[in-house]
Every structure is written in C-alpha cells, then in structure tokens.
Design a protein around this ligand. Structure first.
Ligand SMILES: [Zn+2]
Length: 256
C-alpha cells in the first residue's frame, strides 16, 4: 500500500483501484480500475495508462481525474480500464524517475517489429546512451512492460490512451483519423520510436494509440483536464463509435 500512501490514500479508495496481480520489479502491486456499462452488449474498450514515466507526475494525476470523471459521467458504450501508475518503483524514488527500478525506459521496452534492429542502435546513436532512455536488454524484459502487454492481450482494447509530459503535444498512432486536438494539445505526430507503446499498439497491433504529452509535468489544471476529457469523448463518439456528437462534450469546454 506504499503507492497509495504516496498518491493519497483517500483518492485511491475513492477511485476504487484494485490490485491486478501484476507487480513491479520491486514487487509493488500494479493497480487499475474498470468503469464498465452495466448493460450487456459490446462496449468499446479503452485502456488508459498514466505514469509509464514516473517523473511525469501530471500524467498520474490526470488519470485519477479521468477515473472520477468516468465514474460520474458513465458512457453506456465505453468500458474504461484505467491505470494511473504503470511505474510505481520510479514514482517512489526521491525524486521520482522516468525509468523503472532496473533503469529501463518502459516506453522503449515494448515488442515492436523494429526492436532488435533499432532499439539499441537508436539508444547508442541518437540518444548517446542517455540513461533515461535505455530500452532494456530485450523486448518485454521488464515486468511493468509485460503487465501492459498482458493487459492488451486480455482486455483487447479498441483504443489505448497513454499519458505523458511535458512536451505539450498530442501524438497518434494507428488507423482512424486522429483527433486534431485534446484541450490545448494540438496534434503533432512526432514519429515512432523502437520499443514505444505507440509503435507497438498502433503499428504492430493496429490498435489506435492516443498519446497525450501534457504541457506541465508537475500539475494539470482541473479546467484543462476537463477540456481534454471532453474532446476525447467527442472524438471517440465520432471516430470510434460513429455516433452523432451529443453536444454535451463540447458544451463542457465552454470556450470553443
Ligand atoms: Zn513520458
């Protein structure tokens, strides 16, 4: 329960996070919560991941905020599975680290087609062996990346949303036309990296991956979180569910 104490025990309890059976390198449980429609049917499954890079604290708090929003404003056609913190070991370091306890960048550790050909050469040549971007000894060498991989296999999401910071852009990998913006984040497809989740989900599996790069790693204003959430709902309705925009999402923005 150390992670809970660090994030705020009350908030975790209110969020109804549950242990998933997955554990980090240091044995910290990985937590998630399902927000699912009660009615039977085939809802759209959306996997939301924060804290893959644990020094991007805003990515953790944004997912907590979205858990509360999805619980308040349930969409009868969407089954959310939300994990605020994929890298608890990095989060518990002081200061928190991008990499996990073994010094691996989890967002370079996924089993992409180009991993063996490019992950190490990219790290050596392009990042000059940046310790914050070490892809690991082999794809899926890290338990946290394995856990995400298993979540994708078992939950079979139609859409993956990964939250990062602090580059202030919206990235997208995968088939349907991407959202042009989420809140103040404008679409800027920055390219793919060997071993990244966007590369694995979008290119290997053909599952769209929306990657938010929040502007500020430290704090996310409530109003900005609400605007991003509303734009995501609107895009999901139009592009993934192909239903007419309810208008409710846009009216929540207020400034458009
Ligand atoms: Zn990141």
């Amino acid at each position: 329960m150390r992670v809970h104490a660090a994030i705020g025990e009350e908030r975790c309890r209110e969020s109804r996070l549950q242990a998933t059976g997955g554990r980090s390198v240091r044995g910290t449980p990985l937590w998630s919560v399902d927000i699912a429609p009660e009615a039977a049917g085939l809802p759209l499954r959306v996997l939301v991941l924060g804290g893959i890079h644990a020094d991007e604290l805003a990515s953790v708090s944004l997912v907590f905020d979205w858990i509360e929003r999805s619980q308040r404003e349930a969409n009868p056609r969407v089954h959310w599975r939300m994990t605020p913190l994929v890298n608890p070991d990095g989060f518990l370091r002081s200061p928190p680290t991008r990499v996990n306890a073994r010094g691996v960048d989890l967002n370079r550790n996924f089993a992409t087609d180009d991993w063996h050909a490019r992950a190490r050469t990219y790290w050596v040549g392009k990042t000059r062996r940046d310790p914050r971007r070490y892809p690991g000894p082999r794809p899926l060498s890290e338990p946290e990346a394995q856990w995400v991989h298993h979540q994708i296999e078992r939950f079979a999401p139609d859409l993956i949303v990964a939250v990062h910071a602090p580059y202030g852009v919206l990235d997208f990998d995968g088939p349907p036309p991407p959202p042009s913006r989420l809140g103040s984040l404008l679409l800027d497809q920055v390219g793919v990296f060997p071993g990244s989740l966007g590369n694995y989900g979008g290119l290997v599996l053909g599952v769209p991956v929306v990657t938010l790069e929040l502007t500020n790693a430290g704090k996310i204003p409530e109003r900005e979180s609400a605007a991003m959430w509303a734009d995501l709902q609107s895009w999901i309705n139009r592009r993934m569910l192909r239903v007419a925009d309810s208008g409710a999402a846009n009216s929540a923005r207020g400034h458009r």
